[in-house]
Write a protein that binds this ligand. Structure first.
Ligand SMILES: Cc1cc2nc3c(=O)[nH]c(=O)nc-3n(C[C@H](O)[C@H](O)[C@H](O)COP(=O)(O)O)c2cc1C
Length: 197
C-alpha cells in the first residue's frame, strides 16, 4: 500500500505551489533537467505508450526561435525564464511500443490505420505527461509557468520541421520570484466539480 506523503510535500506539490511569471536570475542545470525527466517518465500512460516529447529551450538562440510564436502576454516572461519546455507529442509513438509494452507484441496494431485513435492517445497521454512534468518540477524545487498562448504551427515549423513531433503546450521552468505573485484565484468546491455516485 502506498504511503501518504508529508504535509510539507502536499504544500510543495499543490497547496502553496503557484504559476510563476517572474523569474529569479538563477540557472537550471542540465543535470536538474535530466532528473526532472527521470521522475516524470515514471508517471502512467495508456499501454505505457509515453507519447510526450520534450524540448528544453535554454539557449538565447533557442529562445529567439520561440519569440515570434509567443502571444504578447507570454513573451517577456518566456524570454526571462531560465528554461522553456516545449511539451510535445510524438505522432508516431507506436514505434516504441515493442520496447515499452513488450508483453503485448500486437500493441502497435491497436492504433495503426486509425488516425483519430492515434491522435487521441498521443494528446491525452502526452498532456498527462505534461502534468507529471509540472509536479516533478515542483518536487525538485523548481517553479513552473505553463502556457497555451502561442502559435503551435509556428513552433512546430521551427522546432519540428519533419512533422513527427507536435507541440502541445509550453512550460517555463526556473526559480520564481515569490514577491511578484498575484493573489491566488479560487478553485471550485467539491460540490461544484465532483460527484460521488
Ligand atoms: C495548459 C495551461 C495553459 C496556460 N496558458 C497560459 C498562458 O498562455 N498565459 C498565462 O499567462 N498563463 C497561462 N496558464 C496559467 C494559468 O492561468 C494558471 O496556471 C492558473 O490560473 C492557476 O494559477 P496558480 O497556479 O497560480 O493558482 C496556463 C496554465 C495551463 C495549465
Amino acid at each position: 500500500m502506498s504511503e501518504i506523503v508529508s504535509d510539507k510535500c502536499l504544500d510543495v506539490l499543490f497547496r502553496t505551489a503557484r504559476t510563476h511569471s517572474a523569474w529569479l536570475d538563477k540557472p537550471v542545470s542540465d543535470v536538474t533537467l535530466e532528473a526532472l525527466y527521470d521522475l516524470l517518465r515514471a508517471g502512467p500512460t495508456s499501454a505505457n505508450s509515453s507519447p510526450a516529447r520534450f524540448v528544453f529551450v535554454k539557449s538565447p538562440e533557442g529562445k529567439e526561435r520561440l519569440r515570434p510564436h509567443l502571444s504578447a502576454g507570454n513573451t517577456d516572461k518566456t524570454m526571462q525564464a531560465p528554461v522553456t519546455a516545449i511539451v510535445a507529442y510524438d505522432t508516431a509513438f507506436t514505434e516504441f511500443l515493442p520496447k515499452l509494452f513488450p508483453h503485448e507484441p500486437d500493441a502497435p496494431s491497436w492504433f495503426e490505420g486509425d488516425e483519430e485513435k492515434m491522435f487521441m492517445n498521443a494528446f491525452r497521454n502526452g498532456t498527462l505527461q505534461g502534468a507529471y512534468l509540472i509536479l516533478a518540477a515542483r518536487a525538485l524545487g523548481l517553479d513552473c509557468g505553463p502556457m497555451s498562448g502561442f502559435d503551435a504551427a509556428g513552433v512546430d515549423a521551427s522546432f519540428f520541421p519533419d512533422g513527427r513531433w507536435r507541440s502541445n503546450f509550453l512550460c517555463n521552468l526556473g526559480y520564481g520570484d515569490p514577491g511578484l505573485l498575484p493573489p491566488r484565484n479560487p478553485r471550485l468546491d467539491f460540490d461544484e466539480a465532483a460527484r460521488i455516485v
